[in-house]
Design a binder for this molecule. Structure first.
Ligand SMILES: O=C1O[C@H](COP(=O)(O)O)[C@@H](O)[C@H](O)[C@H]1O
Length: 181
């Protein structure tokens, strides 16, 4: 059990699907009801997208909200910890293999309307922000992630997830996810 002054925490989302809060694909709502309901946070501690906006405007709005966390006008934010997953194609956040978003360096947050994984409209942090973080954790569980974990950690394929290179990168795997290493 972690003991912490939870009121000091701020939560941002590395990516989010542009869907209403009551949609099963809304990452904020998944966290809110499954994890955050167990810890005493209040809504002001979350930086969330405005899902009523089209993806491009939602990304601009979300970047404004992130910038507001840094009154000193930093060029790049330095987040303490990014908690990441990756899909079977090697995507992480909403950065998909071969997609032009992989090369975006002029924004903290980008939008996508043609995500290969539904839902199609999403906002995502870009690599300059991801790789400026103090630390990131990739967490994988289950046999369904075993081949992906092998491609990332053993084969070191050039995939969106292997381009994540913050100051410190940790991997949390259960035995099944690590079974092909
Ligand atoms: O759509 C997303 O998928 C990945 C994880 O993929 P899954 O196969 O485990 O569902 C996630 O890391 C990403 O942030 C999310 O938007």
């Amino acid at each position: 059990m972690i003991t912490s002054d939870w009121t000091k925490w701020k939560f941002i989302f590395c990516d989010e699907r542009v869907v209403p809060f009551d949609n099963a694909e809304c990452t904020f709502s998944i966290y809110k009801y499954n994890l955050f309901s167990k810890i005493p946070f209040n809504d002001e501690q979350f930086v969330i997208i405005d899902p009523s906006l089209p993806a491009k405007q939602a990304a601009e709005d979300y970047e404004r909200k992130l910038r507001a966390l840094y009154p000193d006008n930093v060029d790049l934010p330095k987040f303490d910890l990014l908690l990441l997953g990756a899909g079977p194609d090697g995507h992480t956040c909403s950065l998909f293999p071969g997609h032009p978003l992989l090369d975006v360096t002029d924004r903290w947050v980008a939008s996508i309307d043609d995500s290969p994984k539904p839902p199609p409209s999403r906002v995502t942090l870009t690599y300059p922000i991801i790789n400026n973080a103090l630390s990131a954790v990739f967490a994988f569980a289950g046999a369904g992630k075993a081949e992906l974990v092998k491609r990332l950690l053993k084969d070191k394929e050039d995939l969106p997830a292997t381009r994540v290179k913050p100051a410190e990168l940790l991997w949390i795997l259960d035995r099944a996810a690590a079974s092909q290493l």
